[in-house]
Design a protein around this ligand. Sequence first.
Ligand SMILES: *[C@@H]1O[C@H](CO)[C@@H](O)[C@H](O)[C@H]1NC(C)=O
Ligand SMILES: *[C@@H]1O[C@H](CO)[C@@H](O)[C@H](O)[C@H]1NC(C)=O
Ligand SMILES: CC(=O)N[C@H]1CO[C@H](CO)[C@@H](O)[C@@H]1O
Length: 333
Amino acid sequence: MVFHRLLLLTSSLLLFSSETIGSPVLQLLAPQPRPLVIWHGLGDTYGSPGILEFISLVQDVHPGIFVHSIHLDTDLKEDQRATFYGNVDEQVDLVSEQLANITELEEGFDAIGFSQGGQFLRAYVERYNSPPVHNLITFGSQHMGISDIPGCRPWDLVCQLARRAAMGGVYSEWAQKNLVQAQYYRDPARMDTYLSSNHFLTSINNELAATANNTYASNLSSLSKLVLVLFLRDDTVVPKESSWFGSYAVPDDKALHNVADKTIVPMRLQPLYLQDWIGLRALDERGDVLLETCPGEHMQVTRDCWEPLVKRFVGGATTKYVVPDREVLLVQR
Ligand SMILES: *[C@@H]1O[C@H](CO)[C@@H](O)[C@H](O)[C@H]1NC(C)=O
Ligand SMILES: *[C@@H]1O[C@H](CO)[C@@H](O)[C@H](O)[C@H]1NC(C)=O
Ligand SMILES: CC(=O)N[C@H]1CO[C@H](CO)[C@@H](O)[C@@H]1O
Protein backbone atom coordinates (compact mmCIF):
# COMPACT_ATOMS: atom_id res chain seq x y z
CA MET A 1 0.00 0.00 0.00
CA VAL A 2 1.39 3.36 -1.01
CA PHE A 3 0.62 6.63 0.66
CA HIS A 4 0.91 9.76 -1.36
CA ARG A 5 1.39 13.05 0.23
CA LEU A 6 -0.82 15.78 -1.16
CA LEU A 7 0.25 19.32 -1.59
CA LEU A 8 -1.96 21.73 0.21
CA LEU A 9 -2.72 24.88 -1.70
CA THR A 10 -3.75 27.40 0.85
CA SER A 11 -4.90 29.96 -1.70
CA SER A 12 -7.54 27.78 -3.29
CA LEU A 13 -10.01 25.15 -2.33
CA LEU A 14 -8.38 22.50 -4.38
CA LEU A 15 -5.99 19.83 -3.28
CA PHE A 16 -3.69 18.42 -5.94
CA SER A 17 -1.99 15.10 -5.68
CA SER A 18 1.72 14.82 -6.33
CA GLU A 19 2.73 13.78 -9.87
CA THR A 20 3.50 10.25 -8.75
CA ILE A 21 -0.19 9.50 -8.76
CA GLY A 22 -1.36 8.65 -12.25
CA SER A 23 -4.43 10.85 -12.43
CA PRO A 24 -4.54 13.85 -10.13
CA VAL A 25 -6.81 13.43 -7.17
CA LEU A 26 -8.84 16.57 -6.74
CA GLN A 27 -10.69 17.16 -3.61
CA LEU A 28 -12.87 20.08 -2.73
CA LEU A 29 -12.37 21.10 0.84
CA ALA A 30 -13.80 23.94 2.83
CA PRO A 31 -11.42 26.26 4.66
CA GLN A 32 -11.60 25.74 8.39
CA PRO A 33 -13.38 28.49 10.32
CA ARG A 34 -11.25 30.29 12.89
CA PRO A 35 -11.91 28.83 16.36
CA LEU A 36 -13.91 30.66 19.00
CA VAL A 37 -13.27 31.08 22.71
CA ILE A 38 -16.07 32.14 25.06
CA TRP A 39 -15.72 33.53 28.58
CA HIS A 40 -19.01 33.39 30.46
CA GLY A 41 -20.29 36.03 32.85
CA LEU A 42 -21.01 36.51 36.53
CA GLY A 43 -23.01 33.72 38.15
CA ASP A 44 -22.84 31.58 35.01
CA THR A 45 -20.75 28.47 34.29
CA TYR A 46 -18.83 27.22 31.28
CA GLY A 47 -21.35 24.43 30.78
CA SER A 48 -24.65 26.11 31.64
CA PRO A 49 -27.66 25.41 29.40
CA GLY A 50 -27.44 28.98 28.07
CA ILE A 51 -23.76 28.70 27.15
CA LEU A 52 -24.20 25.23 25.60
CA GLU A 53 -27.13 26.45 23.56
CA PHE A 54 -25.17 29.46 22.38
CA ILE A 55 -22.27 27.24 21.32
CA SER A 56 -24.56 24.97 19.36
CA LEU A 57 -26.22 27.94 17.63
CA VAL A 58 -22.79 29.32 16.69
CA GLN A 59 -21.96 25.89 15.26
CA ASP A 60 -25.09 26.08 13.12
CA VAL A 61 -23.90 29.41 11.75
CA HIS A 62 -20.32 28.22 11.22
CA PRO A 63 -20.37 24.45 10.66
CA GLY A 64 -17.25 22.72 11.90
CA ILE A 65 -16.11 25.60 14.11
CA PHE A 66 -14.10 24.64 17.19
CA VAL A 67 -15.46 26.37 20.31
CA HIS A 68 -13.81 26.45 23.71
CA SER A 69 -15.73 27.62 26.78
CA ILE A 70 -13.33 28.99 29.41
CA HIS A 71 -13.54 27.48 32.87
CA LEU A 72 -11.72 28.21 36.08
CA ASP A 73 -12.73 24.84 37.43
CA THR A 74 -14.09 21.77 35.67
CA ASP A 75 -16.64 21.45 38.47
CA LEU A 76 -19.63 23.59 37.50
CA LYS A 77 -20.37 24.81 41.03
CA GLU A 78 -16.74 25.80 41.59
CA ASP A 79 -16.58 27.47 38.19
CA GLN A 80 -19.63 29.52 39.11
CA ARG A 81 -18.17 30.41 42.49
CA ALA A 82 -15.03 31.68 40.76
CA THR A 83 -17.12 34.36 39.05
CA PHE A 84 -17.64 35.90 42.51
CA TYR A 85 -14.58 34.87 44.50
CA GLY A 86 -10.96 34.88 43.43
CA ASN A 87 -8.06 36.98 42.32
CA VAL A 88 -8.73 38.14 38.76
CA ASP A 89 -5.01 38.52 37.91
CA GLU A 90 -4.54 34.86 38.85
CA GLN A 91 -7.69 33.83 36.99
CA VAL A 92 -6.54 35.48 33.78
CA ASP A 93 -3.13 33.89 34.21
CA LEU A 94 -4.68 30.45 34.61
CA VAL A 95 -6.81 31.04 31.53
CA SER A 96 -3.74 32.01 29.51
CA GLU A 97 -2.26 28.60 30.36
CA GLN A 98 -5.52 26.87 29.57
CA LEU A 99 -5.71 28.48 26.13
CA ALA A 100 -2.03 27.88 25.35
CA ASN A 101 -2.64 24.19 26.08
CA ILE A 102 -5.28 23.73 23.40
CA THR A 103 -3.78 22.72 20.05
CA GLU A 104 -6.86 23.79 18.06
CA LEU A 105 -6.22 27.38 19.18
CA GLU A 106 -2.56 27.58 18.39
CA GLU A 107 -3.00 29.70 15.24
CA GLY A 108 -5.25 32.16 17.05
CA PHE A 109 -8.98 32.54 17.62
CA ASP A 110 -11.88 34.95 17.87
CA ALA A 111 -13.20 35.59 21.36
CA ILE A 112 -16.56 36.47 22.88
CA GLY A 113 -16.75 37.75 26.43
CA PHE A 114 -20.08 37.90 28.18
CA SER A 115 -20.33 40.63 30.80
CA GLN A 116 -17.24 40.52 33.08
CA GLY A 117 -15.78 37.82 30.82
CA GLY A 118 -15.31 40.65 28.30
CA GLN A 119 -12.89 42.74 30.34
CA PHE A 120 -11.11 39.55 31.46
CA LEU A 121 -10.56 38.55 27.82
CA ARG A 122 -9.27 42.06 27.16
CA ALA A 123 -6.81 41.51 30.01
CA TYR A 124 -5.75 38.28 28.31
CA VAL A 125 -5.12 40.15 25.05
CA GLU A 126 -3.13 42.91 26.74
CA ARG A 127 -1.04 40.68 28.97
CA TYR A 128 -0.63 37.41 27.06
CA ASN A 129 -2.25 37.18 23.64
CA SER A 130 -0.41 34.01 22.90
CA PRO A 131 -2.14 32.38 21.07
CA PRO A 132 -3.44 35.65 19.63
CA VAL A 133 -7.01 36.90 19.48
CA HIS A 134 -8.23 37.99 16.07
CA ASN A 135 -11.60 39.66 16.80
CA LEU A 136 -12.78 40.36 20.33
CA ILE A 137 -16.51 40.84 20.94
CA THR A 138 -17.70 41.87 24.38
CA PHE A 139 -21.36 41.84 25.41
CA GLY A 140 -22.34 44.22 28.23
CA SER A 141 -18.82 44.27 29.68
CA GLN A 142 -17.51 46.68 32.29
CA HIS A 143 -14.48 48.15 30.57
CA MET A 144 -14.50 51.27 32.72
CA GLY A 145 -15.65 49.38 35.77
CA ILE A 146 -18.88 49.71 37.69
CA SER A 147 -19.99 52.37 40.12
CA ASP A 148 -22.37 50.05 41.91
CA ILE A 149 -22.21 46.34 42.71
CA PRO A 150 -24.90 44.58 40.65
CA GLY A 151 -27.96 43.34 42.53
CA CYS A 152 -28.55 39.63 42.96
CA ARG A 153 -31.48 37.38 42.23
CA PRO A 154 -33.34 36.86 45.53
CA TRP A 155 -32.43 33.17 45.89
CA ASP A 156 -28.82 33.55 44.84
CA LEU A 157 -26.99 33.22 48.15
CA VAL A 158 -23.47 33.03 46.73
CA CYS A 159 -24.14 36.30 44.96
CA GLN A 160 -25.70 37.95 47.99
CA LEU A 161 -22.81 37.03 50.28
CA ALA A 162 -20.28 38.29 47.77
CA ARG A 163 -22.25 41.47 47.22
CA ARG A 164 -22.58 42.17 50.93
CA ALA A 165 -18.86 41.59 51.44
CA ALA A 166 -18.03 43.84 48.51
CA MET A 167 -20.34 46.65 49.65
CA GLY A 168 -18.78 46.44 53.10
CA GLY A 169 -15.27 47.37 52.05
CA VAL A 170 -14.93 47.38 48.32
CA TYR A 171 -11.47 48.94 48.34
CA SER A 172 -10.05 46.89 51.20
CA GLU A 173 -6.91 44.88 50.46
CA TRP A 174 -8.87 41.67 51.06
CA ALA A 175 -11.72 42.61 48.70
CA GLN A 176 -9.29 43.67 45.99
CA LYS A 177 -7.67 40.24 46.06
CA ASN A 178 -10.66 38.01 46.73
CA LEU A 179 -13.90 39.51 45.46
CA VAL A 180 -14.15 39.56 41.71
CA GLN A 181 -16.56 42.51 41.39
CA ALA A 182 -14.48 44.65 43.74
CA GLN A 183 -11.60 44.29 41.30
CA TYR A 184 -13.46 46.27 38.66
CA TYR A 185 -15.33 48.60 41.01
CA ARG A 186 -14.51 52.17 40.03
CA ASP A 187 -16.36 54.98 41.67
CA PRO A 188 -15.48 58.37 40.14
CA ALA A 189 -16.65 60.08 43.33
CA ARG A 190 -13.77 58.37 45.19
CA MET A 191 -11.18 58.36 42.46
CA ASP A 192 -8.15 58.66 44.76
CA THR A 193 -9.18 55.64 46.80
CA TYR A 194 -9.78 53.66 43.63
CA LEU A 195 -6.42 54.57 42.14
CA SER A 196 -4.52 53.70 45.30
CA SER A 197 -6.38 50.47 46.11
CA ASN A 198 -7.40 48.79 42.88
CA HIS A 199 -4.98 46.34 41.24
CA PHE A 200 -6.80 44.81 38.32
CA LEU A 201 -8.74 47.52 36.51
CA THR A 202 -6.14 50.25 37.05
CA SER A 203 -3.65 47.83 35.52
CA ILE A 204 -5.53 46.75 32.39
CA ASN A 205 -6.61 50.36 31.79
CA ASN A 206 -3.05 51.64 32.37
CA GLU A 207 -4.40 54.30 34.72
CA LEU A 208 -1.29 54.54 36.87
CA ALA A 209 1.40 56.36 34.91
CA ALA A 210 4.15 54.94 37.13
CA THR A 211 3.34 51.34 36.27
CA ALA A 212 1.82 51.77 32.81
CA ASN A 213 2.79 48.94 30.47
CA ASN A 214 3.24 49.68 26.77
CA THR A 215 2.85 46.02 25.84
CA TYR A 216 -0.83 46.35 26.76
CA ALA A 217 -1.29 49.02 24.09
CA SER A 218 0.60 47.22 21.37
CA ASN A 219 -1.17 43.96 22.14
CA LEU A 220 -4.66 45.47 22.23
CA SER A 221 -4.11 47.38 19.00
CA SER A 222 -3.00 44.12 17.38
CA LEU A 223 -6.66 43.01 17.42
CA SER A 224 -8.31 42.90 14.06
CA LYS A 225 -11.63 44.23 15.44
CA LEU A 226 -12.83 45.16 18.90
CA VAL A 227 -16.62 44.93 18.96
CA LEU A 228 -18.21 46.51 22.03
CA VAL A 229 -21.86 45.64 22.58
CA LEU A 230 -23.98 47.74 24.94
CA PHE A 231 -27.42 46.62 26.15
CA LEU A 232 -29.72 49.61 25.71
CA ARG A 233 -31.90 48.74 28.72
CA ASP A 234 -29.04 47.54 30.92
CA ASP A 235 -29.64 48.51 34.52
CA THR A 236 -27.29 45.93 36.03
CA VAL A 237 -24.10 47.57 34.82
CA VAL A 238 -23.85 51.03 36.38
CA PRO A 239 -23.31 52.95 34.22
CA LYS A 240 -24.21 50.82 31.19
CA GLU A 241 -21.94 53.00 29.01
CA SER A 242 -19.01 51.16 30.65
CA SER A 243 -19.60 48.58 27.90
CA TRP A 244 -18.44 51.29 25.47
CA PHE A 245 -15.61 52.58 27.70
CA GLY A 246 -17.86 55.30 29.12
CA SER A 247 -17.94 56.25 32.79
CA TYR A 248 -19.40 58.84 35.10
CA ALA A 249 -17.41 62.05 35.18
CA VAL A 250 -15.10 62.60 38.11
CA PRO A 251 -16.89 65.28 40.11
CA ASP A 252 -14.57 68.28 40.45
CA ASP A 253 -16.48 69.34 43.50
CA LYS A 254 -16.98 66.90 46.37
CA ALA A 255 -20.42 68.44 46.89
CA LEU A 256 -21.49 66.85 43.61
CA HIS A 257 -21.00 63.41 45.12
CA ASN A 258 -24.70 62.74 45.57
CA VAL A 259 -26.05 64.50 42.54
CA ALA A 260 -28.45 62.11 40.89
CA ASP A 261 -28.07 63.02 37.22
CA LYS A 262 -24.47 62.12 36.65
CA THR A 263 -22.71 63.03 33.44
CA ILE A 264 -21.33 60.26 31.24
CA VAL A 265 -17.89 60.73 29.75
CA PRO A 266 -17.96 58.79 26.48
CA MET A 267 -15.03 56.68 25.25
CA ARG A 268 -13.58 59.29 22.92
CA LEU A 269 -13.39 61.88 25.72
CA GLN A 270 -11.74 59.60 28.29
CA PRO A 271 -8.12 60.40 29.21
CA LEU A 272 -7.44 56.70 28.61
CA TYR A 273 -8.51 57.26 25.00
CA LEU A 274 -7.18 60.78 24.41
CA GLN A 275 -3.69 59.84 25.61
CA ASP A 276 -4.07 56.34 24.23
CA TRP A 277 -2.98 54.47 27.33
CA ILE A 278 -4.07 51.06 26.00
CA GLY A 279 -4.03 51.31 22.21
CA LEU A 280 -7.80 51.86 22.03
CA ARG A 281 -7.46 55.13 20.13
CA ALA A 282 -5.04 53.62 17.63
CA LEU A 283 -7.52 50.80 17.06
CA ASP A 284 -10.44 53.25 16.75
CA GLU A 285 -8.65 55.59 14.35
CA ARG A 286 -7.98 52.57 12.16
CA GLY A 287 -11.77 52.02 12.12
CA ASP A 288 -11.52 48.81 14.10
CA VAL A 289 -13.54 49.64 17.22
CA LEU A 290 -17.22 48.94 16.60
CA LEU A 291 -19.83 50.26 18.99
CA GLU A 292 -22.86 48.01 18.75
CA THR A 293 -26.07 47.68 20.75
CA CYS A 294 -28.50 44.99 21.81
CA PRO A 295 -32.01 46.30 22.58
CA GLY A 296 -32.63 44.42 25.82
CA GLU A 297 -31.58 44.29 29.44
CA HIS A 298 -28.19 43.12 30.65
CA MET A 299 -27.22 39.86 28.93
CA GLN A 300 -30.47 39.57 27.00
CA VAL A 301 -28.49 38.24 24.08
CA THR A 302 -31.27 37.76 21.57
CA ARG A 303 -30.65 36.00 18.29
CA ASP A 304 -31.39 39.18 16.32
CA CYS A 305 -28.57 40.78 18.20
CA TRP A 306 -25.83 38.14 18.32
CA GLU A 307 -26.31 36.43 14.99
CA PRO A 308 -25.26 39.27 12.67
CA LEU A 309 -22.20 39.87 14.88
CA VAL A 310 -21.27 36.19 14.94
CA LYS A 311 -21.67 36.04 11.14
CA ARG A 312 -19.47 39.08 10.63
CA PHE A 313 -16.79 38.72 13.26
CA VAL A 314 -16.57 35.04 14.16
CA GLY A 315 -15.41 32.02 12.23
CA GLY A 316 -13.67 33.79 9.37
CA ALA A 317 -11.82 31.51 6.98
CA THR A 318 -8.35 30.54 8.05
CA THR A 319 -5.62 29.18 5.81
CA LYS A 320 -6.19 25.82 7.44
CA TYR A 321 -8.28 23.20 5.74
CA VAL A 322 -10.35 20.41 7.10
CA VAL A 323 -7.88 17.59 6.66
CA PRO A 324 -7.48 14.49 8.80
CA ASP A 325 -3.78 14.84 9.57
CA ARG A 326 -3.97 18.60 10.24
CA GLU A 327 -1.29 19.80 7.81
CA VAL A 328 -1.15 17.03 5.19
CA LEU A 329 -3.67 14.73 3.67
CA LEU A 330 -2.67 11.16 3.09
CA VAL A 331 -4.46 9.31 0.35
CA GLN A 332 -4.55 5.57 0.43
CA ARG A 333 -4.35 3.90 -2.96
C1 LIG B 1 -1.80 22.23 30.59
O1 LIG B 1 -1.48 20.93 30.18
C2 LIG B 1 -0.68 20.24 31.11
C3 LIG B 1 -0.26 18.93 30.49
O2 LIG B 1 -1.36 18.26 29.93
C4 LIG B 1 -1.45 20.05 32.41
O3 LIG B 1 -0.67 19.40 33.36
C5 LIG B 1 -1.84 21.42 32.94
O4 LIG B 1 -2.66 21.26 34.08
C6 LIG B 1 -2.58 22.21 31.89
N1 LIG B 1 -2.79 23.55 32.39
C7 LIG B 1 -3.95 24.15 32.36
C8 LIG B 1 -4.01 25.50 32.97
O5 LIG B 1 -4.95 23.67 31.86
C1 LIG C 1 4.21 44.36 30.78
O1 LIG C 1 3.33 43.32 30.47
C2 LIG C 1 3.94 42.18 29.91
C3 LIG C 1 2.85 41.24 29.49
O2 LIG C 1 2.06 40.85 30.57
C4 LIG C 1 4.89 41.56 30.91
O3 LIG C 1 5.54 40.47 30.34
C5 LIG C 1 5.91 42.62 31.35
O4 LIG C 1 6.71 42.10 32.38
C6 LIG C 1 5.22 43.87 31.82
N1 LIG C 1 6.20 44.90 32.03
C7 LIG C 1 6.32 45.57 33.17
C8 LIG C 1 7.36 46.62 33.22
O5 LIG C 1 5.61 45.34 34.13
C1 LIG D 1 0.01 40.08 19.14
C2 LIG D 1 0.95 40.61 20.13
O1 LIG D 1 1.38 41.74 20.07
N1 LIG D 1 1.28 39.79 21.09
C3 LIG D 1 2.26 40.10 22.10
C4 LIG D 1 1.60 40.47 23.41
O2 LIG D 1 2.57 40.64 24.39
C5 LIG D 1 3.41 39.55 24.62
C6 LIG D 1 4.38 39.94 25.69
O3 LIG D 1 3.77 39.84 26.92
C7 LIG D 1 4.12 39.14 23.36
O4 LIG D 1 4.86 37.96 23.59
C8 LIG D 1 3.13 38.90 22.28
O5 LIG D 1 3.78 38.60 21.08
